[in-house]
Design a protein around this ligand. Sequence first.
Ligand SMILES: Cc1cc2nc3c(=O)[nH]c(=O)nc-3n(C[C@H](O)[C@H](O)[C@H](O)COP(=O)(O)OP(=O)(O)OC[C@H]3O[C@@H](n4cnc5c(N)ncnc54)[C@H](O)[C@@H]3O)c2cc1C
Length: 388
Amino acid sequence: MSAALIDTEEQHDLRAAVAALAARYGRAYFQRKARAGEPVRELWTEAAKAGYLGVNLPAEYGGGGAGIGELAIVLEELGAAGCPLLMLIVSPAICGTVIARYGTEAQRRRWLPGLADGTAVMAFGITEPDAGSNSHRITTTARRDGEDWLLTGRKVFVSGIDQADAVLFVARTEDARTGRLRPALFVVPRDTPGFEYRPIAMELTAPERQFQVFLDDARLPADALVGDPDDSGLAQLFAGLNPERIMTAAFTLGIARHALATAVSYARTRTVWDRPIGAHQGIAHPLAQCAVEVELARLMTRKAAHLYDTGRDAAAGEAANMAKYAAGEASCRAVDQAVQTLGGNGLTQEYGLAALITATRVGRVAPVSREMILNYVAQHTLGLPRSY
Ligand SMILES: Cc1cc2nc3c(=O)[nH]c(=O)nc-3n(C[C@H](O)[C@H](O)[C@H](O)COP(=O)(O)OP(=O)(O)OC[C@H]3O[C@@H](n4cnc5c(N)ncnc54)[C@H](O)[C@@H]3O)c2cc1C
């Protein structure tokens, strides 16, 4: 385990290379694209060509053959340069992992090379308007029609559908023997008749948009189902959850590092009395406290990634939840303090910090809220009774 606490030489090199690439784009580029509502295509393509976006996917399908730990490094460094790429959580981490672990050979060959080299993007949809945090309540249902499937239901807050070739939807199928509904994952190409999506007006300045989805007897071929039709689908679903939490932690930690670096650089030079504001402990101590909290959350994220990448899924589950929580909290505090450090400039577009207030809140809400993680820790780590 101790080796997991610091970067290996390869991880160190990967971190430095991604940081150098991202620095050539930087916060101003990202903000410009986000405000125009455009995807950050140039950055995405260059990072993908260099092998960074598919670093976690199996080498035999064009990926880098490394782990979620490496993909988290990529996302953290992009964020630290002011370019937090939300779709990295979804496309290679959730969808890539589920298909690599549970897809059929044909599905792997169809999707993984594109997800690895960035020419294909896949979104992920589980959240439903009437289920929210209670994913046991989802009602999107797939029923057989001959060999095909017909998918019907509604989803909300699905990120990046307009940039994606397909969406991996979590639905339910009826068990032929018991009649009970069980989870099942389907790859649904964006142009499937019966699949409609509309953007939700969000207060986020980001290159990705969120969508509500209407599935109305969307017809899918038999091989749209990921994995074995006789399987429960739960394993497929859970395969994506730990990478999703670890990557969300990396997303918010990158944002936190960017915000802190901006604040520190400002505090070193901004002088309104006779010394830089960073010399006042009222400014320095909160920033130092944020730096400690961010570093602790990074450590927890590394632990979660290490457990996951070494196949210890159960232990990774607890660690990934804790890491996502710790990173989300540390990041919200760091961004808040960074904005305060810049005074009025904290709210200008020039410094680009104000938009991070909402960006980093995403880590408190999605993919699982702060409260639901505390429920999990209370119940599973502490053994307290379940309250809901
Ligand atoms: C920017 C953004 C991007 C997203 N991208 C995606 C995506 O790509 N795909 C996707 O499927 N989803 C996505 N989501 C959805 C996200 O995962 C959900 O918003 C999240 O799971 C919470 O669900 P909800 O919004 O319905 O909140 P609710 O479930 O309605 O919860 C509302 C509040 O009640 C609290 N609460 C609920 N139950 C309990 C309880 N038992 N105990 C204590 N507190 C409780 C919650 O913690 C929360 O604070 C995204 C959301 C955002 C904001």
